[in-house]
Write a protein that binds this ligand. Structure first.
Ligand code: ADP
Length: 384
C-alpha cells in the first residue's frame, strides 16, 4: 500500500476511534470496558462521575481493586465470570453494592463481549444502571397498594359491622316494643288488683325496658347516620315548650337531682322537635348519670347572635381537658369501654352532635375534672 494511502487509512481509523469514544462518552449510563483479565481499559465520563473515581485511579487497575476494593464482591465476580463464559452477552443482572462514597445502591449490570483487533480473548463492555430510585419507587408503590387493599378490607369489615348493628337493632326493636306494652298493661292490672308489690316490680322492669329501648334507638340511629338515612321531620315549633316537656320527663327519672330551668323568651325554631328533644334528653341523662353525688342540674337558654343556645350544667365528675374534644366521636368513652361504674355505649354525644350539625348548629363542652361539666348546643333561630 502506498504511504499516502496508508496515512489516509490511519486518519480514517483515528476518526472512527474518536467517533466511537465520543459516543461512549455521550452515553447517559456509566459504561466501562474491561480487558479479559478484568482490568479496566477505560470508562466514560458518567462512570467516573457516578462512582466518584478519577480516570487515572481506575484505568489499568483490576476492577476488584477499584476504590479500595469496593467492587470486590462475590455477586459481581459471578456475573463477570458468567459473562466471560457465555457467548455474547449477559443482561439485567441486579446487584446491591454498599458504596462508601455514594451509599448503598441497587445496580443493574448489562455486559457484552467484544473482540477487538487481533486479540483472541474478548473484552467486556459493561453498562451499569443505577435503579435504586426506581426500585424504591416500586417498593413504595407496592406498599401503597397493600395499604389501599388493607384499607378496603377494613372498610368492608366496618360496613359488615354497621350492617350487623343495623340488622340486630331492627330485629330487637319489635319484640322489645311488645314486651314494653305488655309490661305496662301488667303493671296497670296489678295496681288495679291492689298487688302493689308486683306493680312496683313491674314499674322497675318498665324502667329497664325504657333504657333498653333507648339503647336500641341509639344503635338504629348510628346505623342510619352511617348510611346517611337519619330522617328529619322539619317544622316550626315552640322551643320553650319542647324544653319544658323534655325536662319534665327527665325529672321523673331521678329522685336525687332537681333540674332547674332558666329560659329566655325563645323565637320560633325551625327544625325536628323530637330530634332536638332527643339531644336535650341525652345531655340530661348524662348529667344525671355522671353526677351521682350532686343534687342539681341547671338548664338555661340565651340568644347568641342568630342562634339560640341551650346549656346543661352539672356538678359531677367532669372530664379531663385532653379528652374533651374526643367525646363527640362514635363509641368514645372517657374511661374506656370496660367502665362499668357508668354504663353506656359512647353513642349519645355522637348522635347529638350529628343532629345539631344537621340543624346548622354546633355542640360543645366546658368541663373541669371533679368539678362538673357544662354542655351547650346552639341552633339558628329566625328574627333574633
Ligand atoms: P355514654 O354516656 O353512653 O358513654 P356519650 O356519648 O353520651 O356516651 O358520652 C361519651 C362519654 O363522654 C361518656 O362515656 C363520658 O365519659 C363522657 N361524658 C358525657 N357526658 C358527661 C358528663 N355530663 N360528665 C362527665 N362525663 C361525661
Amino acid at each position: 500500500m502506498p504511504l499516502r494511502q496508508a496515512h489516509r487509512e490511519i486518519e480514517k481509523l483515528k476518526d472512527a476511534l474518536a467517533y466511537a469514544e465520543a459516543i461512549i462518552d455521550a452515553i447517559h449510563e456509566p459504561l466501562v470496558v474491561l480487558y479479559p483479565d478484568l482490568t479496566i481499559r477505560n470508562a466514560n465520563q458518567k462512570f467516573y462521575k457516578t462512582f466518584k473515581v478519577a480516570p487515572e485511579k481506575a484505568e489499568e487497575k483490576l476492577i476488584y481493586e477499584l476504590d479500595n476494593g469496593q467492587w470486590n464482591i462475590p455477586e459481581l465476580k459471578i456475573f463477570l465470570e458468567k459473562t466471560l463464559r457465555t457467548k455474547t452477552s449477559y443482561n439485567d443482572y441486579e446487584i446491591t453494592i454498599p458504596f462508601k462514597k455514594i451509599g448503598k445502591k441497587i445496580m443493574l449490570f448489562n455486559a457484552r463481549k467484544i473482540i477487538m483487533g487481533g486479540e483472541k480473548k474478548p473484552m467486556i463492555l459493561m453498562v451499569i444502571e443505577d435503579v435504586t430510585d426506581k426500585k424504591r419507587y416500586e417498593q413504595q408503590a407496592e406498599k401503597e397498594k397493600n395499604i389501599l387493599a388493607e384499607n378496603q378490607r377494613l372498610q368492608d369489615i366496618s360496613r359488615q359491622k354497621d350492617d350487623f348493628i343495623s340488622m340486630a337493632s331492627h330485629e330487637l326493636k319489635t319484640p322489645v316494643t311488645s314486651i314494653k306494652a305488655f309490661a305496662q298493661l301488667l303493671e296497670q292490672d296489678f295496681a288495679d288488683l291492689g298487688n302493689t308489690n308486683a306493680a312496683k316490680m313491674l314499674s322497675r322492669m318498665n324502667l329497664q325496658i325504657v333504657k333498653l329501648t333507648s339503647l336500641i334507638g341509639d344503635l338504629l340511629d348510628i346505623s342510619r347516620i352511617a348510611g346517611g338515612k337519619l330522617q328529619y321531620h322539619l317544622s316550626y315549633f315552640d322551643f320553650n315548650e319542647m324544653l319544658q316537656d323534655t325536662v319534665r320527663e327527665m325529672q321523673l327519672t331521678t329522685k336525687i337531682h332537681t333540674i332547674n330551668l332558666s329560659l329566655i323568651e325563645a323565637p320560633p325554631v325551625f327544625g325536628d322537635k323530637d330530634r332536638i328533644s332527643q339531644v336535650l334528653t341525652n345531655l340530661l341523662s348524662n348529667a344525671i348519670k355522671y353526677s351521682p353525688r350532686a343534687d342539681t342540674i341547671d338548664v338555661s337558654t340565651c340568644i347568641d347572635e342568630e342562634f339560640i343556645r341551650v346549656c346543661v350544667r352539672d356538678c359531677g365528675i367532669g372530664i379531663v381537658k385532653e379528652k374533651q374534644d374526643k367525646i363527640f366521636q362514635r363509641f368514645f368513652r372517657v374511661n374506656g369501654a370496660k367502665e362499668d361504674t357508668y354504663p353506656g355505649l359512647g353513642l349519645g354525644l355522637y348522635i347529638s352532635s350529628e343532629i345539631i350539625k344537621r340543624h346548622g348548629g354546633c355542640i360543645s363542652v366546658k368541663s373541669n375534672k371533679s368539678r362538673g361539666s357544662t354542655f351547650c348546643f346552639k341552633i339558628p333561630v329566625e328574627g333574633s
